[in-house]
Design a protein around this ligand. Sequence first.
Ligand SMILES: CSC[C@H]1O[C@H](OP(=O)(O)O)[C@H](O)[C@@H]1O
Length: 354
Amino acid sequence: MTEFDYARYDRIRPIRWMGDALELLDQRHLPFNTGYVRASDSDAVAEAIHSLTVRGAPAIGIAAAWGVVLAARDVDADDGAQALAKLEPAMQRLNAARPTAVNLAWALARMRSALKGAGSDWRDVLDREARAIETEDLAANRGMGAIGAALITPGSGVLTHCNTGSLATAGFGTALGVIRAGVAQERIARVFAGETRPWNQGARLTVWELQQDGIDATLIADAAASHLMKTGQVQWVVVGADRICANGDTANKIGTYQLAIAARHHGVKFMVVAPSSTVDMATASGDLIEIEERDPAELLAHRGERTVADGIDAWNPVFDVTPHDLIDAIVTERGVVEKPDAASMRALFAPAGQ
Ligand SMILES: CSC[C@H]1O[C@H](OP(=O)(O)O)[C@H](O)[C@@H]1O
C-alpha cells in the first residue's frame, strides 16, 4: 500500500473537546457555512445530536461520551458509584436523542462501566474514557480503510450513500475511509455518491469531504442508482451502518436497502463498513431495530423554502434495514465477515452476555 498521507486525507474534525465545552461543526449548514456551535452542558449535546448538528453513528457516540464529561462538572460525588447515580438522568437524556444508531447507547455503556470501579479520581476516569472512545474510533477507521480497500479489484467504480466520512466519525471515516484508501491505492477508479434525500448528506457532505481531499466524485440522484448499476460503471456499493445485528442484518440511512436489492440484481457487490461499536449482538435481527422517523417537514422544504404544496402528508423514516443475505461483506476493524449470517457474525463477535 502506498504510504498513506493522513495529513491530506484526514483533516476534518467535526468534534473538538475544549476542556469546558464541546465544539461541534454544525453539519446542518455545510458545505456553505463551516461554523462550529459550542455545547457547554450535556443537554446541549443531546440537542445537537437530535438536531443533526453532529451526526453519524460513531460521531454521536463520541459526542455523547463528552456530554457525560460535561454533566460531571455539575456533580458532587466521592466515587464513581455515587457519580453514576447522579449522572444517570443526563445519560438517559443523551441516549434518547436518537434511537437507531447503537453507538450512542454503546458509548454511554462504556462511560457507565468506567465509572463503576472508579474512586475519587472518577472525573479523570471519565475524561480518559471519552478520549479513548474517540482515539479508538480513529484507529478503527484507518484500519478498516486498508481492510476494505483490499477487497476492491483495481479499476473498480464504487457507489456510496449518505455520509460516512470524517464528519460522521472521529476522522477518516468508515465507508468513506475505504474509498479514501481505495483511491490512494489506485484500486478505485471512480467514485459515485448518492445525494441521499431528504437531508442530502451525500450532496452536501460526502462530495464536499472528498473535494477537500482532492478526490473527484460524481453526484447522482438517489433515483439514478439502479440505472448507474445497469450501465456497469460500478462494481461495489460501499456504505456505513448504524446498527449491525447478531445475524448481520444492518440498519443504515434510508435508501440503503433498495441499493442492496439493485446491487444484487445487477451483480454489483455490497460492502458494509463499520467499527465493532456499531455491532449489536444483543439484537438478533433487523426487524427488532427502532427506525427513527423525523419531522416530515424535512421532506416538504429545502433550506427552509417549501418545495411541496401546503396540506400534503409526508412520511419520513430516516433509516432502513438491509437483510444480511444481500450483503457480500461486513468490514470491521476486527476483520471481514463474508456473506454475513448468525454463524459468521459469532465467529468475529461474542454473543451478547458472553
Ligand atoms: C459512519 S456514519 C454511519 C451512518 O450514520 C448516518 O446517519 P445520519 O446521517 O442520520 O446520522 C448514515 O446512516 C451513515 O451511514
